[in-house]
Design a protein around this ligand. Structure first.
Ligand SMILES: *[C@@H]1O[C@H](CO)[C@@H](O)[C@H](O)[C@H]1NC(C)=O
Ligand SMILES: *[C@@H]1O[C@H](CO)[C@@H](O)[C@H](O)[C@H]1NC(C)=O
Length: 582
């Protein structure tokens, strides 16, 4: 499929509504819901009390909806503190996602915010009430300190005066009522950006800073809605003629660990970082070269950074697991995320709402090709220069994986699809599976489509294959390119089953928004897919932190971040990295 088809604007709201109803029908098949609930929760040794769980036909439009799904978890692991319900799993019709989203937005300004959940499988992952209140507290902080407020103006003034809270004589700084900021700056592709924004946001949430995004040029423009009510998360643009310009000049050039104002450089010079008016926190993959940059993740360094009003971050990594390695945040993170493997799932759905333009692409494509399917399979294919494999071998690997794991049927032996009429022997209509292929290359979807076209699918299933775009290469700075990439990530997150390429941040975002553990295509060895394990079910929904610190703050020596705390292990898809597991 080419982009022209995606852009066809023939979709009326009623078409969309009908499609969503069909989707609800598929989503709430009672057996599916129950089986998943049991398999997900049983291994956790949690006493699961289900009440008010009914799956009822809702009469008028004869679709199945599950009413009042409430799962109350009494955590055995919580040592029976006797607190009430720990968390609730939101009803699929709950447009605020169990309290994750603020109701204080105008719906039409951002259509995806309250309706994306209707397109996805209902999330089975509880949002803790503690996280909900932390987000509400953050929203008030952002409203009080965000751009355009007197507090923001004071903070910019302080920065222009080259003062930190430690050196400032102002009474606001002394009384602790001033605001401090975590400024995110972009690097690498959209997947990396989404993951580093999420990491910077969690840091801001833990340290009472306000997250602002520095967008150089147009790269964020037209992608996302504002996530925080009554304010903006975009750092006001620098205007060259205006002397009220943002005082940190050349933010876009802050990319190197040896920069004069980086935390590592300040420590290398033997200066006290606590008196700096601002610091550059360099967390690009090469920050592990020097212990001084890595000390950002140490408790004693965090204590000093509290007096620095402005921290400017640049990272191409999902550094959330690094925050879980800091003892000072352990208790707070445990309350926010009683399950550690859903951090991106929750924060991603909280932060990233596609703009109306992107949402239009998503819904038109969905309604045209996926709405009628009984099951949606997402396959994300990414090739890396450091893991070469031929197109034929990778295609064979995808077939071996999807057939072995029963994700897609095999091709029927030579019988033309039309002769089988999409019916099983008993005359029952076969299952309709729609496959979404997302890749920079077109070959994989073409081969897959040809396979089912020529031979039909075994077992009377009907398989249709779609690929919204194949752009050949990644061009991260371009607005339209990023809009299409985001639309594909969101479509991928509507899948019932996801197959991803190892190490792909694009795949991490899709699986994370979906809340699914994907089947991950094994990285090639000597240009070949391992024949016995074409793919593996991921251990967690969480993205991998590809370049974790290798500094142990307590031992003040090299140390393995994958062996320090219970919930952090080395990644299956990238053994050097670490990820959160439950
Ligand atoms: C800004 O403050 C720092 C730390 O107090 C100091 O070292 C530096 O010289 C100051 N810079 C200017 C331009 O005043
Ligand atoms: C697919 O599986 C078959 C049977 O195990 C194996 O012989 C073949 O090499 C595999 N193909 C690829 C490309 O991995």
């Amino acid at each position: 499929m080419d982009q022209k088809k995606v852009m066809r604007s023939h979709s009326s709201p009623w078409r969309g509504l009908a499609a969503r109803r069909r989707w609800c029908q598929a989503a709430a098949r009672p057996t599916t819901v129950l089986v998943i609930a049991v398999t997900v929760f049983a291994p956790l040794l949690l006493a699961v009390v289900l009440f008010g769980f009914r799956v009822t036909p809702s009469g008028a439009n004869s679709t199945w909806v599950s009413a009042g799904v409430r799962v109350v978890l009494k955590a055995v692991s919580d040592q029976g503190t006797g607190r009430g319900p720990l968390a609730t799993v939101p009803d699929p019709s709950d447009r605020l996602l169990g309290g994750l989203l603020s109701p204080d937005f105008d719906e039409s300004s951002c259509l995806s915010r309250y309706s994306a959940a209707l397109y996805r499988r209902p999330s089975l992952h509880a949002v803790s009430s503690y996280l909900v209140s932390a987000l509400h507290r953050y929203e008030s902080l952002h409203r009080r300190c965000g751009p355009g407020t007197p507090a923001y103006a004071r903070a910019v003034e302080l920065l222009r005066a080259n003062a930190s809270f430690a050196t400032s004589s102002s009474s606001a700084a002394a009384s602790g009522s001033s605001c401090s900021y975590a400024v995110w700056t972009p690097i690498e592709g959209l997947g990396n950006r989404i993951l580093s924004i999420t990491s910077t946001f969690l840091y801001a949430l833990l340290t009472d800073r306000v997250l602002l995004l520095h967008s150089s040029g147009d790269d964020l423009h037209g992608l996302f809605c504002e996530p925080f009510p009554g304010s903006t998360w975009i750092l006001p643009a620098a205007d060259k003629d205006n002397k009220d310009d943002f005082p940190i000049r050349g933010i876009e050039k802050l990319t190197d660990w040896w920069h004069h104002d980086s935390l590592g450089s300040v420590l290398r010079r033997g200066e006290d970082p606590g008196v700096a008016p601002w610091l550059y926190v360099h967390l690009r993959h090469d920050y592990t070269k020097d212990n001084r940059d890595q000390q950002f993740f140490c408790d004693d360094m965090q204590a000093k950074l509290g007096t620095v009003p402005w921290l400017v971050f640049r990272s191409d990594n999902y550094f959330v697991p690094g925050l879980f390695l800091m003892p000072r945040h352990e208790a707070e993170l445990g309350r926010m995320f009683p399950r550690r493997d859903v951090v991106f799932h929750h924060l991603g759905r909280y932060l990233f709402h596609p703009s109306n333009t992107v949402w239009g692409m998503v819904t038109r494509y969905h309604d045209s090709y996926f709405a009628k399917a009984d099951e949606r399979v997402g396959i994300q294919v990414r090739r890396f220069y450091w893991a070469p494999i031929s197109t034929d071998d990778l295609f064979g690997q995808i077939l071996n994986c999807t057939q072995r794991e029963d994700i897609l049927p095999g091709a029927a032996g030579g019988v033309p699809a039309t002769a089988k009429g999409g019916s099983t022997a008993g005359g029952q209509p076969g299952k309709q599976k729609a496959v979404l292929v997302v890749s920079l290359h077109g070959e994989y979807s073409e081969k897959l489509r040809d396979l089912y076209h020529e031979h039909g699918a075994a077992g009377g299933e009907a398989v249709s294959v779609y690929q919204p775009t194949h752009l050949g290469s990644q061009r991260s700075g371009e607005q339209q390119h990023n809009q299409k990439a985001l639309a594909e990530m969101v479509l991928l997150s509507f899948s019932d089953a996801v197959v991803t390429s190892a190490v792909s941040t694009f795949g991490y975002v899709g699986q994370g928004l979906a809340g699914l553990r994907p089947w991950v295509l094994t990285s090639p060895v000597d240009k070949k897919a391992p024949a016995d394990t074409p793919c593996r079910r991921a251990a967690t929904i969480e993205p991998c932190f590809h370049a974790p610190l290798d500094y142990d703050c307590r031992a003040k020596a090299k140390g393995d971040a994958g062996r320090r705390v219970r919930h952090i292990r080395h990644c299956d898809d990238f053994p050097r990295g670490v990820q959160l597991v439950e």
